[in-house]
Design a protein around this ligand. Structure first.
Ligand code: URA
Length: 210
């Protein structure tokens, strides 16, 4: 199966990813960079939004011009690090609604458990973009999208900043209809679930809890 992934290798994005990778980048700058990269990535992830033609009076003449055709979006950050991507997407698309999904791994059983789940009421009429900075093993993304599909949204996309090859394969296998957007595909995921070389624990670096 061909991988359903778009890698956004724009020079500005690549430059900012290098700063994110640097362990000396502090929390404030890390958070700002995550927002900026997410905003830049949002251009590509929303490239297929439909437009309609309208007429607008300019000071000179009538212009036939285009606006968004009212397709509705919902962003769903996976707690907690997905929250770090919210500023970037809502800056570009402020009218979007926001759902949240919280999943943690029970250390004694290694099982993923949902601890929070709140979706917009009209999610079945919306195109969803799921947000998580890291696509490592792909397990969290897969179970999050399993859950989101129960609400039957129009479409689902997954936007991360760094992906691992095994994460992409796992998510493509589980949800072949979901297009993945990322800014880099790194070498692998290690035995602790971290992407190598990656940029470490995204949640800790965004929220300064390391
Ligand atoms: N989650 C993170 O925060 N970092 C990784 O490298 C992998 C998963």
């Amino acid at each position: 199966m061909e991988n359903k992934i778009t890698v956004m290798d724009h020079p500005l994005i690549q430059h900012k990813i290098s700063l994110l990778r640097d362990k000396n980048t502090g929390s404030k700058e890390f958070r700002e960079l995550i927002s900026e990269v997410t905003l830049l990535m949002s251009y590509e992830a929303t490239r297929d939004l439909p437009l309609k033609e309208i007429e607008v009076e300019t000071p000179i003449a009538t212009a036939k011009t285009k606006v968004l055709a009212g397709r509705k979006l919902a962003f769903i950050p996976i707690l907690r690090s997905g929250i770090g991507m919210m500023d970037g997407v809502t800056m570009l698309i402020p009218a979007a609604k926001v759902g949240h999904i919280g999943i943690f791994r029970d250390e004694s059983t290694s099982k993923l458990t949902f601890y929070y789940n709140k979706m917009p009421k009209d999610i079945s009429n919306r195109d969803v973009i799921v947000l998580d900075p890291m696509l490592a093993t792909g397990e969290t993304a897969t179970v999050a999208i399993d859950k989101i599909k129960q609400y039957d949204p129009n479409t689902i996309k997954f936007m991360c900043i760094i992906a691992s090859p095994e994460g992409v394969r796992a998510l493509n296998n589980a949800h072949p209809d979901v297009q993945i957007y990322c800014a880099a595909i790194d070498a692998k995921t290690d035995e602790n679930g971290y992407i190598v070389p990656g940029f470490g624990d995204a949640g800790d670096r965004i929220f300064g809890t390391n």
